[in-house]
Design a protein. Structure first.
Length: 188
């Protein structure tokens, strides 16, 4: 599947609920898409991979800007997104290493690590920002209240990763099966 289509679907899964004034509850194709996009850069030269990562980041930065400024009508502050943007890049780069060899176990690990790392990182930043008391109880409250979003991110990332990595593998096996059946019929 084309990386551009995957990126477009990830952007739409984040922007459409906002544009339609619906609550997404953190159900998006973003995590699984970042894993997939990184996996498609494993054989690229460092320069080519860096350019592709920059392109993906530019699209996601523009999406974050639009969602914040036009979707939610909040002021946009770049400093509020630097950690998120670093996380986007980190997932892609980590995927480039993780998926040098694609296996079901690696896809499952990526599908768990990606939303978990975002949950831990983003909620720590929220806690540090002063929305919660700077105590152990405030940190616990911050993480506890974010659990529904984490659950949904975990589910959507797992489904997206399973589809993006699993469907091509299933299609390849079907093609192999049809070729071997065809070759057996020709030999008979």
């Amino acid at each position: 599947m084309s990386a551009i289509i995957v990126l477009l679907l990830a952007v739409l899964s984040r922007a459409l609920p906002v544009a339609l004034h619906q609550q997404s509850w953190n159900l998006s194709l973003l995590g699984g898409s970042l894993l997939f996009l990184g996996s498609r850069m494993t054989s690229d030269s460092p320069r080519r991979a860096a350019l592709k990562i920059a392109g993906v980041l530019a699209v996601l930065m523009a999406t974050d800007y639009w969602i914040t400024a036009y979707g939610y009508h909040y002021p946009f502050h770049v400093s509020g997104y630097l950690i998120t943007w670093a996380w986007y890049a980190g997932v892609i780069v980590a995927s480039m290493g993780l998926f040098r060899k694609i296996t079901a176990a690696r896809v499952a690990a990526g599908a768990v690590i990606t939303p978990t790392s975002f949950f831990l990182l983003s909620n720590f930043v929220v806690w540090m920002g002063g929305m919660y008391a700077h105590t152990a109880a405030g940190l616990a409250q911050c993480y506890t209240l974010a659990l529904p979003f984490y659950r949904n991110d975990l589910v959507s990332t797992a489904i997206t990763a399973a589809a993006l990595f699993g469907l091509p593998a299933i299609a390849a096996r079907l093609v192999d099966t049809f070729h071997s059946v065809s070759n057996n019929n020709l030999a008979a």
